[in-house]
Design a protein. Structure first.
Lengths: 263, 321
């Protein structure tokens, strides 16, 4: 089985306090740690699991700057066999279609029985790129996968719906599946693991080699003309409890007693 | 007249709330811009659902076919492609839901119509669409002004508009002929209900909920002691359930459970939109988080900006006999 996984490197923002840059066009990424998009990490793990069960090879693809090679190395350490880096130059400011154009050109010539990627990336959160790619590659697809079972030419996917419900769908291979967090338990990557795969060459390409023009990607190719960022307003907001730690806990305990009916 | 086309969303014969939210969004946008609101209902056995829609839109398009009974992309894509092309709908709206997230991007690619997904709101400025959405997990708001296009496509986030409809219109009802169905490459098999762990968090008066801030599964024991002291079960946000640190049916949020306890104590939960959707109607919300700007503080009544590992042990002591 030839499996292709598309991954993205993103700034890790879950625990960080974000600041908007002076131009208002983006956030200050100086102090932020870059890492693999969490959804894509689950996709890499799923790809390696499929390879372990059914044989074949995993190629991991990313579109990003030179630092993005880190996420490719991680994926190789997890068990991917080959890696492709599409250089970011020209793609800055792309919308989902622009990113999908880059991935499409790179992926269409790779042998692919199964293409996996995360449902969305934690920066823009479009949740579009995977399925646009599926449409252009003329592949059946399923998004929000929490379980994937392959039986010969058929793949059975459990899709996550709302309210603790799932649906089971069946599609024929080759197919594209976007995976939801929690689908598996991603293996740990050690420094040793990364060192073991250091001799695997990362193939690099760029928009020109892929045959894309500047009006298809980047700001020129984007459907968006302008973007203005702001911090969400607090609304009424919480009453922040103050005082010593003991005072705060005393007040909180009282609230829990009064409102929760605890003695 | 230009139209806003709203795709009604239903499951198991019931219209979902997002349908009414989108109709209210479309109505507000249409009235300021001389447009009509058209609802597209694809399904099988849809007369009853149609009855709930026909007095709140200008046009109701109904396509009834067994293949459309449960959402699945192949027939829905064909039906929407045909409808949008024939009617040249200016703006198509669907929910950013499990169904909409699956359907919208492929449809946008097939029709080459730009798609703005997971939008909180949208307005028109001289016929050009502007949308409001969030990035970085809800930590930053973004207003996007689009370039001029003949048609636009938006998926709308749940919970941003009212769910009740005003019955102030009488729609022209139009049955639509289904397109010629081609061979489907994906099939809907069945719905699957989640496994139960024996604790129903939706029945609890108090919930002690842990998020990513708990750090590691071993730390949950400390929180369990506090929860036991006040007689509350544990619940959690998505990251904790994803990692298997608590069973999946303890997860509060859009894809998990919606809870309305008397008291919801959120520990180390940032409060991303999907989590808020599952708990914001709790009577009293107390949040503990190190980040003063965590979105959870927008929905909580009381907040403690601090380390849950310092707060919880002392809080537990206040309840020991």
């Amino acid at each position: 089985m030839n499996i292709v996984v598309c991954v993205k490197q993103i700034p890790e923002v879950a625990e960080a306090e974000l600041e908007i840059n002076k131009q208002g066009s983006g956030i200050d990424t100086e102090d932020l740690v870059m890492g693999i998009n969490e959804w894509d990490n689950y996709a890499v793990e799923e790809a390696v699991l499929v390879k372990e069960r059914h044989g074949g090879s995993v190629t991991v693809v990313t579109l990003g700057d030179a630092d993005s090679e880190d996420v490719l190395r991680r994926a190789l350490a997890m068990g991917a066999d080959e890696a492709v880096l599409i250089q970011e130059e020209g793609f800055e400011g792309s919308d989902a279609f622009g990113i999908a154009r880059g991935l499409y050109r790179a992926v269409k010539n790779l042998p692919h029985d199964l293409i996996l990627m995360g449902v969305q990336a934690s920066d823009d959160g479009w949740a579009q790129v995977g399925l646009i790619l599926a449409e252009w590659l003329d592949l059946p697809f399923a998004s929000l996968a929490v379980d994937v079972q392959i039986n010969g030419d058929l793949v059975s996917v459990h899709r996550e719906l709302e309210s603790n419900t799932q649906e089971k769908v069946e599609l024929s291979l080759p197919a594209l599946i976007t995976v939801q967090t929690g689908i598996n338990d991603p293996r740990y990557v050690s420094i040793m693991g990364i060192r073991k795969v250091r001799n695997i060459q990362v193939r690099e390409t760029d928009y020109e080699e892929l045959g894309l023009s500047e009006d298809e990607i980047g700001l020129g190719g984007s459907s968006v003309a302008s973007r203005t960022l702001s911090l969400p307003s607090g609304g009424e907001g919480a009453e922040i409890l103050t005082g010593t730690l003991n005072d705060i806990c005393e007040k909180t305990a009282q609230i829990i007693r009064d409102r929760g009916g605890v003695s | 007249m230009d139209e806003i086309l709203v795709l009604a969303e239903h499951r198991r014969g019931q219209l979902r709330d997002i349908t009414f939210e989108m109709m209210n969004f479309a109505k507000a946008l249409a009235s300021g811009n001389q447009m009509e609101v058209t609802v597209l209902l694809l399904g099988h056995g849809i007369d009853e659902m149609a009855g709930h829609l026909e007095n709140s839109c200008d046009n109701l398009l109904m396509m009834d076919s067994p293949e459309l009974a449960d959402y699945t992309p192949d027939p829905y894509l064909l039906a929407l492609e045909k409808t949008i092309n024939e009617r040249r709908s200016f703006l198509t709206v669907m929910g950013h839901t499990a169904a909409g997230m699956d359907l919208a991007p492929a449809l946008a690619a097939r029709l080459s119509i730009p798609l703005m997904s997971d939008c909180l709101d949208a307005t028109l400025n001289n016929g050009i669409l502007e949308v409001e959405r969030q990035i970085y997990g809800g930590k930053i708001n973004a207003k996007l002004g689009m370039k001029p296009f003949a048609q636009y496509f938006v998926t709308q986030r749940t919970g941003c508009f009212p769910t009740s409809l005003v019955h102030d219109k009488s729609a022209g009802k139009f049955p639509l002929k289904p397109p010629a169905w081609q061979e489907f490459r994906r099939n809907f098999v069945e719905y699957v209900e989640a496994e139960l762990s024996g604790v129903d968090i939706t029945a609890a008066d108090i919930l002690v909920s842990v998020g990513r801030g708990i750090g590691k599964p071993e730390s949950i024991a400390m929180v369990q002691e506090f929860a036991d002291a006040i007689g509350a079960p544990l619940s959690c946000s998505r990251p904790v359930a994803d990692k298997g640190w608590l069973p999946k049916d303890r997860q509060v949020g859009t894809s998990g459970k919606t809870v309305r306890p008397k008291v919801y104590i959120a520990l180390g939960i940032s409060g991303a939109f999907q989590h808020q959707a599952g708990m914001k109607n709790a009577e009293t919300i107390i949040a503990v988080n190190k980040d003063a700007r965590a979105p959870i503080f927008n929905v909580a009544q009381y907040g403690i900006v601090g380390d849950l590992f310092q707060v919880v042990p002392i809080l537990k002591e206040k309840f020991s006999k």
